[in-house]
Design a protein around this ligand. Structure first.
Ligand SMILES: Nc1ncnc2c1ncn2[C@@H]1O[C@H](COP(=O)(O)OP(=O)(O)OP(=O)(O)O)[C@@H](O)[C@H]1O
Ligand SMILES: [Mg+2]
Length: 152
């Protein structure tokens, strides 16, 4: 299947600006969206996840599910799954963890540290790369992957 990739880049100058951008971005996500968030420690992946969750109508707490691999936020407009794979042991059995289940679910899935996956999953619909430029500045690149006949 032909893949279309559309890339945009934005620069933010504060956590608040990133959060507000993510809130808007979240509103564009749909059932089956899988957002992979790349970036070093402290880049802003969790800040973006918080914004996305707010954009999708979830107003509860959003923290990296560092010790549990996945959090599900049930009160949003769509089921929201937030995965953090940072502590995934090497060669972990992803089927056992159920990652595939979340990614093929009827909700929206956010994945921090997707590089821990042995192979990047085909289900990813958005690839976000967050780069620290300065203490309070971030460059966010967004790749939207479309597998439809026509990119939208
Ligand atoms: N422009 C900005 N956008 C986002 N966060 C920013 C920005 N400027 C500074 N920050 C700070 O960077 C930190 C980002 O933390 P966050 O927990 O989101 O990182 P992370 O990528 O999830 O890290 P980890 O890999 O540890 O989970 C916060 O302390 C936030 O205040
Ligand atoms: Mg995080």
């Amino acid at each position: 299947m032909t893949k279309f990739v559309k890339t945009i880049e934005i620069i933010t100058h504060s956590e608040k600006e990133t959060f507000e951008w993510a809130e808007n971005f979240g509103k564009s996500l749909k059932k089956g969206s899988v957002v992979a968030l790349y970036g070093t420690l402290g880049a802003g992946k969790t800040v973006i996840c918080r914004g996305i969750c707010k954009g999708l109508g979830y107003s509860g707490q959003v923290n990296s599910p560092t010790y549990t691999i996945v959090h599900e936020y049930p009160n949003a407009e769509l089921p929201l799954f937030h995965l953090d794979l940072y502590r995934l042991p090497p060669h972990a059995d992803l089927n056992e963890i159920g990652v595939d289940y979340y990614m093929s679910s009827e909700g929206v899935t956010l994945i921090e540290w997707p590089e821990r996956l042995e192979e990047e999953t085909a289900s990813i619909t958005h690839r976000l790369n967050i780069e620290i430029i300065e203490e309070d500045s971030r460059k966010i690149s967004v790749e939207t992957i479309s597998k439809a006949e026509n990119p939208s």
